[in-house]
Structures are given as structure tokens and as C-alpha cells.
Design a protein around this ligand. Structure first.
Ligand SMILES: C[S@@+](CC[C@H](N)C(=O)[O-])C[C@H]1O[C@@H](n2cnc3c(N)ncnc32)[C@H](O)[C@@H]1O
Length: 332
């Protein structure tokens, strides 16, 4: 006869422990007993139901019409982090209580005296706002490099509901993560998105260039044998002269948000990357906006950058007419 007290203890333990396990350990735990298998299946189903694990406004489910992989495993952050400040390298996923244990918007107040604006309510971003940056628009219009935007931030008197913080409230459009035959996972719109609408930040770990180079070498090796889909982006800001004045490395391979599923398109795709600077923050964030109206179900894509196509690089399956057949690759 089964002991109901022991069975209850097993399921309580399973509920506490299983959400912390990466897929191989979850599969090993599932083989321990009937009760563990049932608990592990529930965790797997909950993970597949929301890649954003309750940290965004809407769930972003995995949909896999191709094979039996129910989800892709990674650590979720709604905004980019500096690795040393990322106090977690494991995160519960697949249970009701995991939602409370991740970083959430708005970001915690760092308590530092930072530069910012002190506009009256409703005036942020206007001509008199210290956070408005007319030059950012000018750089965009000149076509020199990536466009940039300025927003209010941690140093401002306004709160998180300020109109001039439209990229700071996380992902507010419905999305799904769809498995494809050639490109692996891909991010799709799950509702119509209007031209100019903010879609998501490309969130991940901010890396030094030295660390980015180290990881690039490692990822290139793993990717060449099909063991990894690296999501390390290098963004270069240019002066009007064309010279590079800043390099930002964002790695969403292990720690990221839904943007880590966006594939590359050689023709620029339907998303426009913009560097967003918030007052009081040292590093700009890479934010993605709809470059045109996007219909429900369409795959989202952008160009990973101006790095030259590397003849020895991975094959590109974007299918745009200008595609040279290989993905842009960084020269490390
Ligand atoms: C940011 S991730 C995108 C999500 C990825 N497809 C996945 O399954 O996790 C970037 C990686 O996706 C793959 N990828 C992205 N765009 C691609 C394309 N146009 N053709 C082939 N593979 C692509 C490459 O492996 C690349 O390193």
C-alpha cells in the first residue's frame, strides 16, 4: 500500500527542486519514480507554455511542429546585465512560484546620485527635458551608423510610468517562439505590430571586448559542430566620419530574453535596432522596433550587423534576395 504522507513529501520536494534543474537533470529526476515523472512533465509543460516565465506582460510560448524538443533552456532577464552583477546562474522555471525569483521591471533603484531630469509631469522628452537628445535624431537622419534614442532613467525625478521610457516596461506585444527546420528556434509575432512600435530589448550579458572575444572563439567551435546557436551580438557606434567610437557586446546565449530567438536576415528583416540611452546609465541598450507593419504570425528578424560575411561562417537561411549564403561573423 502507498504511504500518503511519503507521497505528499515527494511531491512537495519535487515542486521545490525540479524547477531549478536544467533539462538533462530534469530527465534524470523523472526516471526516479512515477511521482517524479508526473512532476517533471508538469514542469516541462509549464516551461513550454512560457519562455518568459511570467516575467513579461504576456506568456511567449514555444511551438514546435518539427521535432520533440519542447523548449530551449536559458536564464531569463528582462533587461541587459553586467555579469558580475548577475547574482544568479540558476533560475527556477516551470512552477507558480518561479515568477517571484527573477529580475523584474522596473529595475531596482541603485540608490546612487545620477544625472537626470526634473521635468513636470507629462513634459519628459520635450524640448526642455535634459534627457531629450536632438543629436540622436540627427545621427539617425544622416544614416551614419545605428540610430539612437534617449530616454529618462534612474537619475530622473519621473517614475516608471513616464512617457519617455517606452522601452523600459519590458515586452508588451504578444510573441511566440517557433521551431524551424533550418534556423532552429525563431521569434514570431502573435498579434499585429504597428510600424515604429517597440517590440523588445535584445537583453543579455554586457561583456568586455576581451571576454566577448574569448566566448566567440568557444561558441564558433561549438556552433561549427551543431552544438550551440550562439546569440552574442557586437554593436559598433560610428562617428559621422565613419570611425567606430564605441563597441558594445551583448551575449544572450545563456542569459537573455525572448529577443535571443530572433534570427538574422541579410535584407534587414522587419525590425529596426536602435541604441537607447537612459539618463544615469553608462551603457546603451539595444532595442528593436517594428520597421514596418508586421502581421500576426510573421517571423521577426533583423540584420545582426555590418560584419563581413565570412566564407567559413555558418550557412544563412534567411532566403532574402541579397543573401550571400553565410551568416555575418565577427572577426575576433
Ligand atoms: C540569436 S540566435 C537566434 C535563435 C536561434 N535560431 C536558436 O535556435 O536559439 C542566433 C543563432 O541562430 C542561428 N541563426 C540566426 N539567423 C539565422 C539564419 N538566417 N540562418 C541560419 N541560422 C540562423 C545561428 O545559429 C545563430 O548563431
Amino acid at each position: 500500500m502507498r504511504n500518503p504522507t511519503a507521497a505528499g513529501a515527494v511531491s512537495e520536494l519535487a515542486e521545490l527542486v525540479l524547477p531549478w534543474l536544467p533539462p538533462p537533470d530534469l530527465a534524470a529526476a523523472a526516471s526516479a519514480s512515477h511521482a517524479m515523472r508526473a512532476a517533471a512533465s508538469a514542469v516541462t509543460a509549464a516551461r513550454a507554455a512560457d519562455s518568459a516565465r511570467g516575467l513579461e506582460a504576456f506568456p511567449a510560448p514555444f511551438v514546435n511542429p518539427i521535432d520533440s524538443q519542447p523548449y530551449s533552456y536559458f536564464i531569463y532577464t528582462p533587461f541587459s546585465l553586467i555579469p558580475s552583477a548577475a547574482s544568479f546562474n540558476a533560475q527556477p522555471w516551470g512552477c507558480a512560484w518561479s515568477r517571484t525569483l527573477g529580475p523584474t521591471w522596473p529595475r531596482p533603484d541603485l540608490g546612487l546620485p545620477l544625472a537626470g531630469c526634473s521635468c513636470a509631469r507629462g513634459e519628459c522628452g520635450g524640448a526642455g527635458c535634459a534627457c531629450a537628445d536632438a543629436e540622436a535624431e540627427a545621427a539617425d537622419a544622416s544614416g551614419a551608423g545605428m540610430a539612437s534614442l534617449s530616454e529618462c532613467g534612474d537619475g530622473c525625478a519621473c517614475g516608471p510610468s513616464c512617457e519617455n521610457r517606452r522601452t523600459q516596461r519590458g515586452v508588451t506585444v504578444r510573441l511566440r517562439v517557433v521551431r524551424q527546420l533550418k534556423k532552429g528556434w525563431a521569434l514570431h509575432a502573435a498579434e499585429a505590430i504597428h510600424r515604429g512600435q517597440f517590440v523588445c530589448e535584445y537583453a543579455g550579458e554586457f561583456l568586455t571586448t576581451e571576454e566577448a572575444r574569448r566566448r566567440h572563439r568557444l561558441y564558433d567551435e561549438l556552433a561549427s559542430v551543431g552544438k550551440l546557436s550562439p546569440a552574442l551580438l557586437v554593436i559598433r557606434e560610428h562617428l559621422p566620419s565613419g570611425r567606430v567610437c564605441m563597441r558594445v557586446n551583448i551575449d544572450a546565449t545563456k542569459v537573455g530574453n525572448v529577443a535571443r530567438f530572433i534570427n538574422h536576415s541579410c535584407d534587414g528583416g522587419n525590425l529596426r535596432p536602435i541604441l537607447v540611452r537612459s539618463s544615469g546609465s553608462l551603457l546603451p541598450r539595444l532595442c528593436l522596433f517594428a520597421a514596418r507593419d508586421i502581421v500576426d504570425g510573421e517571423e521577426l528578424a533583423f540584420s545582426y550587423g555590418d560584419a563581413k560575411p565570412n566564407p567559413k561562417g555558418l550557412p544563412c537561411f534567411c532566403e532574402s534576395s541579397c543573401c550571400p549564403g553565410v551568416l555575418p561573423a565577427e572577426e575576433t
